[in-house]
Each structure stands twice: as C-alpha cells, then as structure tokens.
Ligand binder design. Structure first.
Ligand SMILES: Nc1nc2c(ncn2[C@@H]2O[C@H](COP(=O)(O)OP(=O)(O)OP(=O)(O)O)[C@@H](O)[C@H]2O)c(=O)[nH]1
Ligand SMILES: [Mg+2]
Length: 718
C-alpha cells in the first residue's frame, strides 16, 4: 500500500439506527476503492465488517470494526459501529478517534431512535456530521419525508447536496447539486453515466444550488464577500466553504444512495476525500495534563489505543490512532499509561479480521498492531522524548446489572478469566466480585448486551453460567444516641475470660464534634474526651472512636481489641448483616480482672456492647440511590413518569430538549432492576437513560420491615 500523508487521510465513523445499512455501505466503499474484489452482503454473512459468529447469527453488528479504503489519492479509514444501543461502547470508542460522523438514515423510516442516539453522541464529541439517506431503492423509500425528519432532528443547518430523481423500486438516478449533473447508475451499481440535468429537474436543482452556495458562504466571511461580489461561488470556493461549514458543525450535507446496489457510493467517497476535514484540520487534542498535541506528522510520535480485540489464534490486537508524528514499523515506544515499554515490530492497516502490513503511518492515521506485552484500550504510547497521556474514552456508565454464577462449582476461575477477557475487549462490560454481596456482579448497557456476554461464555469459553438477581448493597446506621454495658465472662476449665465495656453510641455526621455529656433515660453521663480516632470505612462513611476512659478502668492496651470488636460488627451490621456506617462510639467505662482479662475478652465485650446499643439507637437501613436521567419523546412522558413513581422515584426536574423531555430523578437502586428493558418496552425503544450513584438514603419503614423479615428467614435457613 502506498504511504499516505496526514492531509490524505480521512477518518469516518458510520453511524445510524440498526439496519440503516452501515455495514453494507462500508462493504461498497471497500469495493469501490478496489480493496476487495467483490462485495459481500450482510444477508449472506460475508461482509468484511461483520466477521464474528455472533454477528452472523444475528445479522447485525455488535462490535465496531476498523477498515480502510483508497480513493481519489486518499485513504479513508472506516469505523463501522453497531446501531443497537446495547453495544454503544464500540460507537463511543470509534467516535473518540473518528474525524467525521456519517449518519445513515433509512429512506423508508426516516430518523429513528438509533439515529437520534448516535447524533447525540456525535454532538457530544463536537465532530462534523454528514448525512446519507440510504435504501433509496426500497419499495417504500420516501426521500422527502426522510429529509423532513432529518431537518427536525439536526436543525436548520442541514443542506441537500443531492437528491434522488426516482426513489423507490427502480431507483437509479441522482441529481448532484455540487456538480450540477445527473448521475445515472447501472442496475448493479458502479460507474455512473454523468449527463446534464434534465429540464424537468432544472428548477429544483437551481433552487437547491442557491441554498447550498449560501450555506457554503455562511461559515466563512471572506467567502461571503466573494459571494456578494461575484453573485455566487466557484466550485473550489464552494468546497472551501463546505469544509469550513462541516468543521464548525454549521452545515450538515445530505446525500442519497443505495448502498446495497452500490449506487451513489463513489460520488459520496469523492466528497469525503475532497471536503471533510483530515485530523490536522480539527482542533488539537488536549492531554490529561492540559497541554495540546497537534496532529503533525513531523512532531514526536504518540499513539492512542482505542480498541483491544482478542483473536483466538493471534492473541491481542490493539487498534490505535497516530495522534502525532509518524509511526514506523519497529519503533520502540514508552507506554505512558503504565510506564512500560513496547516494541511495535509490525504495524498494519486493518480490514475487518484481516490486516495489511505497512511500513509507516502518519499522524491522523488509524491502524493496528499485535504482540504488545501490556497495552490495552485507553493507553498512550509515545517516543521517549514526550510523556503525555491522552484523555480516556468517555464510555457510558453501566445501566444494567446482574449477578452471575457458574453452574458447576469449580468453574469460578475459568469464569473469572473469561470475563476478564470479555471486559478487556468491551470496556462497557463491568465485572466485579463483591465481597459484600458475595456475588459476581456483571454490568453493562442492557439485558441484550449481557445476554450476548452469556452467549460468549457458553459458546466461546465453554463455561455454563446462570444469571441471578443482584443483591443490593444496603447500609445500616443509627438515628439517635444509646448506651449499653456488656460483660464477657467465661470460667471453664483452666484460664477464664473477663472483660466489661460501657459505651455510648450516636450518629456521626461530617464536621460534628464529640459531646461532653449525655442525658439518656434520665441518667447523666459525663464524657472525658481523651482522644479521637476517625476511621474511613472502606465501604463508605465513617466510624469515630472516642476514648473516654478515666481512672484506668480499662487498660489502654485493650482499646484496640474493643475497636476490633466494633469493626467486626460494622462489617456485619446487626439488622441485616449489611455494612454499618457513620457512627461515633464513646467507650467511657468498664472493668478488668487481674488474671482473666485479655484481648479476646475485650474484643467480644466491645462487639456485644456495640450490637446491643445499636439495636436501641433507632437503627435504620440505608439503600443506594441513583441519579437517573431519562430522555423521552413527549408522547411517552406520562407513561414514563407513572412508571418512575412506581419505582419510588423523587423527580428533581423536567425540561425540554430538542423534541425530548428530560426527566431527572433520584431512584433507589433496588427499584432499577431491569429498568432498561422496562423503559424500552414502555416507549418502543424511543427513550434513553443514564444513571449514576448519588447517595445512601434511609429506606421507608415498611421496606425496612420486609428486609428484616427476609434476613431473619435467611438466618434460619443457614
Ligand atoms: N434495499 C436496500 N437494502 C439495504 C441497503 N443497504 C442495506 N440494506 C439491507 O439492510 C439490512 C441491514 O443492513 P446493514 O448494512 O447490516 O445495516 P447496519 O446499519 O450495519 O445495521 P446494524 O449493524 O444492525 O447497526 C441488510 O439486509 C442489508 O442488505 C440499501 O441501500 N437498499
Ligand atoms: Mg452493521
């Protein structure tokens, strides 16, 4: 393959609803560029992009794939992403390195949920968008209607650069507004016959041409002047204006085609090579220390790994973008993310599951490498002369959790290894063994997402598993002060055990000070504060231990044992065995025995005194509450709200955003089980949501009673 310089490289991500034809378009682009000799087809399971067995079984993309094609003297790197939101990880990592998003819209359906979700991501990344109305050959194609929905969704900056003359069955002709020509394609696509626009289309074409010129001038003042001076723009000026407009997201050009019949694909590729920006035309990328790195092929080499794949016979493949400099085969780079060193003995241009070896890659290019020792997604590698690291890919927070367990005991290790490989390939799959819940918690973007993980466990890793409802990480705390004494005394056989502890406990709140005195049940207790230890609990919250021992009633050497006893009880709260938190303990009195007192006695006395006090200190169970943000089309607002109310949600706010209603609410995690599935069925998949941990809050009384009962029943079973 020839070596491409930065300006000759264009990186596009194909976006759009599932079924809009992204994978089919990628295939046609590879064919048009002469990279593959014949076009595969999603229905025949032989496309370059969808090469995983699971993608064949479902006839849909589940992983992002990286491909390239060569056209018009340029290299176009194509990132084909899954349309289904469950696999959004691949979309986000692709957008992180792509320079332009190509949004495919199905001419039959117009803008769909997946289109909206992907447009939002693209907007978040602030990257240019080009729109393609695909499937113009479909019997029910309705180009005008599709364009209407696009204008509604993307706003007034959309502009037609083409339109189909005969959308529907028999589609073969496109009026091109930039060239002002008619493109007529043979039935099987490929090279068009280019002729003058017929009279019947002249007026419409002229009108659209004026709109396009005006839009092209709009984003560039110098062009605007030329436009008024010369009463129009030349083709080159128009191109400059369109590039500026596209970069500024002030212009979203709309194309039309049939990817399946390869009609319109070549002309679209011409536009990509001529108009959309190369990496060096976009803003410099900032690094974690705030410095900026320009996409300059002459600078020091640095690359960013945006995807790691595991292939059975090859091992790990790392996909990267050259962020600066020129990467050469055999380069020794530092891994700035883990202070390791790597040799990139071979570098490749990627073509789905295949690779083409290359000697070097300029800044802006996207490729892959194998056999790195310790590098994965989100790592920055660079020449030793620089040491920056690039920002991590902003993968979305998990929205769906389940507990998972191997069917046969003894498969734990095998399951652990399989899951760790799966989550390396797909960072939106979270795996955590929770000591607290005594479960392996698997998290992801939805039920479908995790079912596919299970499919891999069954079919690739051969570990049979089952999904269980995840337990909720409850916490326990107290709401008022309470006093207790406990004497531990044992006299059996040889040495006895003796320890007695008197304590008062009270709720701990951030910034509060220990009190000098308590009045409890008519009795006064003076607290002589001799020292305070504040312990940050690993499960959140605090324990404050106040030593108020006077007159040596308990030796100082026994205090650590008392603290240990309390800590043990905190780890297994007295109410439901959950972690307890936010408590201040005053140990103010006790008794020792000259012979029988030892550490174990005081540990037990401390633990039991604490447990006793806890039970009368207004104990409460606390539950994790999440901040949930739901975006829902107005028609479904009522249903979604009443469903949320059924989930004990406290609505924090509502606002309208581009045809969507946005609801923010605080919802207990216990009520969010399978929410993604429920929301999807409530709204026919038209809503989106995200959630993140907010705080622990007390559970309502009746739920506390249920939890206590359930715990008691569980204890009896054991
Ligand atoms: N009639 C017609 N069908 C098309 C066209 N493009 C794609 N298709 C068909 O539409 C279906 C979906 O195409 P894909 O290319 O898999 O769509 P995708 O956008 O990659 O879908 P996901 O991977 O699920 O996100 C397949 O059956 C294609 O053959 C087109 O231009 N015309
Ligand atoms: Mg696809």
């Amino acid at each position: 393959m020839k070596t491409y310089s930065t300006k000759q490289i264009k990186n596009i991500a194909l976006l759009g609803n599932s079924g809009s034809g992204k994978t089919t378009l990628a295939e046609a682009m590879l064919f048009e560029g002469g990279v593959i000799p014949r076009r595969g087809d999603v229905d025949h399971k032989n496309t370059v992009s969808d090469f995983h067995q699971i993608e064949h079984e479902n006839q849909t993309s589940m992983y992002s794939s990286v491909m390239y094609t060569e056209y018009n003297g340029s290299k176009i790197n194509i990132l084909d992403v899954p349309g289904a939101d469950d696999f959004v990880g691949g979309t986000v990592s692709s957008l992180h390195v792509a320079d332009t998003g190509v949004i495919l819209v199905n001419a039959q359906n117009g803008v769909e949920v997946g289109t909206e979700i992907h447009s939002r991501w693209l907007e978040k990344f602030n990257k240019p968008a080009v729109v393609v109305v695909n499937k113009c050959d479909h019997d029910h194609a309705n180009f005008e209607k599709a364009v209407e929905t696009i204008k509604e969704s993307l706003g007034g900056d959309t502009v037609l650069v083409q339109y189909p003359v005969n959308a529907g069955a028999g589609f073969d002709s496109i009026v091109d507004i930039i060239q002002m020509k008619l493109y007529k394609y043979p039935k099987d696509g490929g090279k068009p016959e280019i002729t003058e626009i017929p009279d019947s289309e002249a007026d419409r074409a002229e009108e659209l041409r004026n709109e396009l010129i005006e839009k092209a001038a709009e984003n560039d003042e110098a062009l605007m002047e030329l436009f008024f001076e010369n009463d129009g723009l030349t083709e080159d000026e128009m191109r400059t204006g369109m590039t500026a407009g596209v970069i500024a997201r002030g212009m979203f050009p709309i194309f039309c085609m049939s990817a399946k019949n390869n009609q319109g694909v070549g002309r679209f590729m011409e536009f990509i090579t001529n108009v959309v920006p190369s990496s060096d035309e976009l803003e410099a990328v900032s690094t974690t220390d705030g410095t900026e790195v320009k996409c300059d092929e002459k600078a020091a080499t640095s690359i960013f790994v945006f995807k790691t794949a595991v292939e059975s016979h090859i091992g790990e493949i790392n996909f990267f973008k050259v962020m600066s400099g020129t990467l050469k085969e055999g380069d020794d780079l530092n891994n700035n993310s883990n202070r390791g060193k790597e040799r990139l003995s071979q570098i490749f241009a990627s073509l789905g599951k295949n690779r083409e070896k290359v000697g070097s890659m300029a800044a802006g290019d996207i490729g892959c490498t194998v056999k790195l020792k310790n590098t994965k997604t989100n790592h920055t590698l660079s020449a030793p002369s620089v040491s920056h690291t690039f920002d991590k890919i902003p993968f979305p927070e998990p929205k769906y959790r389940t507990a998972i367990k191997p069917l046969s005991e003894g498969d734990e290790e095998k399951l652990g290894e399989a899951l760790s490989r799966i989550s390396k390939e797909d960072p939106t799959v979270g795996v955590e063994y929770s000591k607290e819940l005594k479960q392996i918690i698997l998290s992801g973007q939805g039920e479908y997402h995790l079912n596919i993980v299970k499919w891999h466990l069954d079919n690739v890793y051969k570990v049979a598993t089952e999904f269980l409802a995840p337990r909720i990480p409850y916490r326990e705390t107290i709401t008022k002060a309470a006093q207790s004494d406990y004497r531990h005394k044992k006299q059996s056989g040889g040495a006895g055990q003796f320890g007695e502890v008197h304590m008062i406990i009270e709720p701990y709140t951030e910034g509060s000070e220990p009190k000098p005195m308590f009045k409890l049940e008519g009795k006064e207790y003076k607290m002589a504060n001799r020292g305070v230890d504040t312990h940050n609990l690993s499960w959140g919250g605090k324990l404050e231990f106040v030593n108020c021992i006077v007159g040596g009633s308990i030796d100082a050497r026994f205090l650590p044992a008392i603290l240990k006893g309390i800590m043990e009880k905190l780890e297994e709260g007295p109410l439901t065995g959950s972690y307890a938190r936010d408590i201040r303990v005053y140990v103010y009195d006790g008794k020792m025995h000259p012979v029988d007192s030892n550490e174990i006695s005081f540990m037990l006395a401390g633990r039991n005194a604490f447990s006793k006090a806890f039970k009368v200190a207004g104990p409460k169970i606390m539950e994790p509450v999440y901040e949930v943000e739901v975006l829902v089309p107005a028609d479904y607002m009522g249903d979604v709200m009443s469903d949320l109310q059924g989930r004990r949600a406290i609505v924090q706010g509502m606002s309208s955003e581009k045809g969507f209603e946005k609801i923010t609410a605080k919802v207990p995690l216990a009520e969010m089980n399978k929410y993604s599935t429920a929301l999807s069925s409530l709204t026919s998949g038209r809503a989106m949501y995200s959630m993140k941990f907010d705080e622990y809050a007390q559970v309502p009384g009746e739920i506390q009673d249920e939890l206590l009962k359930a715990y008691a029943a569980e204890q009896e079973e054991d």
